[in-house]
Design a protein around this ligand. Structure first.
Ligand SMILES: [Cu+2]
Length: 160
């Protein structure tokens, strides 16, 4: 009896911890036909501190968490092993910064579409949970593009 109670309270605690991570204002950049990749953006807040390990979506074959940095006048994106979510400090995923990169898109993402994205979060106890996010698609024009060539850095040992 004692053991059952212990197990129950453990899972109860895990649920409580998980409820402390939230993702808000999620959106995804709409694509043009034949475009193979796009980015999703949102604010993620963890009340107790956690890590965003990975993400997935049914619309993309490959999903990675990327950082974006200016290097020698060129915007460079890189896959990061995880994104730290410091306790009580919202982390903003936004164009020009961290983003969820969706590659090998299975179709066009049209303005107004609602795209499911699953975030894989690890709490401080090492417990992994999925956080389901609905990102609404927005068409965004980027006039700065032609002055800002983008280089996509392949992750070491990354396979498709
Ligand atoms: Cu990227």
């Amino acid at each position: 009896m004692k053991k059952i109670f212990f197990l129950l309270s453990l899972s109860f605690m895990a649920n409580l911890t998980f409820a402390q991570v939230s993702a808000t204002n999620a959106w995804i950049r709409a694509t043009v036909p034949q475009q193979s990749a796009t980015g999703a953006f949102m604010q993620i807040e963890s009340k107790q501190g956690a890590k965003l390990l990975a993400a997935k979506s049914p619309i993309a074959g490959v999903v990675e968490v990327h950082s974006m940095l200016m290097e020698g006048g060129v915007m460079k994106m890189r896959a990061v092993p995880f994104l730290e979510l410091p306790a009580g400090k919202p982390v903003e995923l936004k164009p020009g910064g961290y983003h969820v990169m969706l590659m090998d898109l299975k179709g066009q993402v049209k303005d107004g579409d609602v795209v499911p994205v699953t975030l894989i979060i690890e709490d401080q106890a090492g417990q992994r949970q999925n956080l389901e996010v609905k990102a609404s698609a927005r068409m965004v024009t980027k006039p700065a593009d032609k002055h800002m060539p983008m280089a996509h850095q392949k992750q070491e040992g990354h396979k498709h």
